[in-house]
Design a protein around this ligand. Structure first.
Ligand code: ADP
Ligand code: GN1
Ligand code: MG
Length: 367
């Protein structure tokens, strides 16, 4: 992607400004993200230009309609609660014709967000205080969407956290063996089949009406919240592509998955991958302080389990993608998805080993 291509898109948004700089930004696995500086006379301002992954998101119109609804609602909530004023909703920039995305002649779909300045996203958590901040922001996000008007959001990826279907997809990828890698993952497959029994627990409880369906984020990776460089506070929840009907447990589980490990998601040396219980305590306290006011009984009881379930589920997805030849997640080296799958499975073991301590931490965080 060159500055020229960005310039073509930029004309649809800012017909009177010029592109001063554009470069790839962040470490997301799905979309193509560019930090773009636009110049208007003497003034420069940065924006995020993002090419939406259309292979994954089939209904861009529906997706962007969700994001417009969610950000408008969050803005009203933020204006009404000055005590949470440090966290602001993501701001979509409209095209010059007032649309929330631009479809290029090539079929590519582009959107633009205001750039969140003086902030950073983290792939590995720096400590309990940061975990508390991030979890608090995601909890307020869930709270504020409890009364989203206009009916349920569109499902942007059907069956996104449906672990039994993810498991079946893994079994199919193993049978297909599209990349000829099946023989090398016997230990990982054995690990998965030993845990197949847990895959349906949350979905069964949802079906039985014990766990409510709510509007949730569904991708609460630590690096999907922007942290202010100076204050360390969570200033914005980003990556709203999967905001749709779901369970708060999937969100809490993904916070555990991405905040509590002592090493990055793709760490090849599994000895470095452990759970940091002090970080977990910060996370549980940050989440609990807000969520204790709206969580139902079965949600509370499954918070620790959700960490195991979602970590297992994402591990299955990485492994299936490795077997399929790396067609879904962006990879940057050979075996990247396999390394990612292995760290997830190591974290599942870590949660299994520390389940009792984690349950005690959650009980006290919700008290
Ligand atoms: P993906 O779906 O590929 O993960 P994200 O929307 O999460 O894409 O964006 C990727 C990264 O870009 C984020 O982790 C964050 O570091 C950065 N980013 C995204 N939106 C903004 C923004 N509005 N301001 C500053 N940085 C952003
Ligand atoms: C993707 O987009 P990003 O990088 O924040 C993925 C998540 C996975 C995560 C694993 C739409 O998140 O579901 O948990 O990678 N997003 C989508 O790191 O599939
Ligand atoms: Mg992201």
């Amino acid at each position: 992607m060159t500055t020229d291509d960005i310039a073509t898109v930029a004309r649809e948004y800012f017909p009177n400004r010029t592109v001063e700089d554009a470069h790839a930004h962040g470490s997301g696995h799905i979309n193509d993200t560019y930090a773009t500086t636009m110049r208007d006379g003497e003034e420069s301002k940065r924006y995020i230009f993002q090419r939406i992954n259309r292979t994954i998101f089939r209904d861009v119109e529906g997706l962007m309609d969700n994001i417009a609804r969610v950000t408008a609602h969050l803005r009203k909530k933020a204006d009404a609660s000055p005590q949470d004023a440090h966290t602001r909703p993501l701001t979509l920039v409209p095209t010059r014709t007032g649309r929330f995305y631009h479809e290029a002649a090539t079929g590519e779909a582009w959107r633009v967000y205001e750039f969140i300045e003086n902030a950073q996203s983290f792939d590995v958590c720096t400590g309990p205080e940061q975990a508390r901040e991030a979890a608090g922001a995601f909890a307020r996000f869930q709270r504020d969407l409890c009364d989203l008007p206009g009916g349920p959001l569109k499902e942007t990826i059907p069956y996104f956290h449906h672990t039994p279907r993810r498991y079946a997809a893994l079994e199919n990828a193993l049978l297909d063996n599209a990349a000829g890698r099946a023989a090398g993952v016997k230990a990982e497959i054995a690990f998965c089949s030993a845990r197949k029994a847990m895959t349906a627990r949350v979905l069964d409880l949802m079906e039985a009406g014990r766990i409510p369906q709510r509007t949730t984020h569904n991708d609460t990776k630590l690096n999907n919240v922007m942290i202010d460089a100076r204050s360390g506070r969570a200033v914005c929840v980003i990556d709203l592509d999967t905001v749709m009907p779901g369970s708060v447990l999937f969100d809490f589980g993904d916070m555990i998955r991405t905040s509590t490990p002592t090493a990055p998601e793709d760490e090849p040396d599994l000895n470095k991958v452990r759970i940091d219980l002090a970080i977990f305590e910060g996370l549980a306290n940050g989440y609990g302080a807000v969520a204790r006011n709206f969580l139902a009984e079965y949600e509370r009881e499954n918070l620790v389990f959700s960490g195991k379930l979602i970590t297992f589920t994402i591990g299955i997805r990485f492994l299936a993608d490795y077997l399929a030849g790396d067609v879904y997640f962006k990879v940057h080296r050979p075996g990247h998805n396999l390394d990612r799958a292995r760290t997830q499975f190591k974290m599942v073991e870590e949660i299994e080993r520390h389940e009792d301590e984690m349950e005690a931490i959650v009980r006290s965080a919700l008290a």
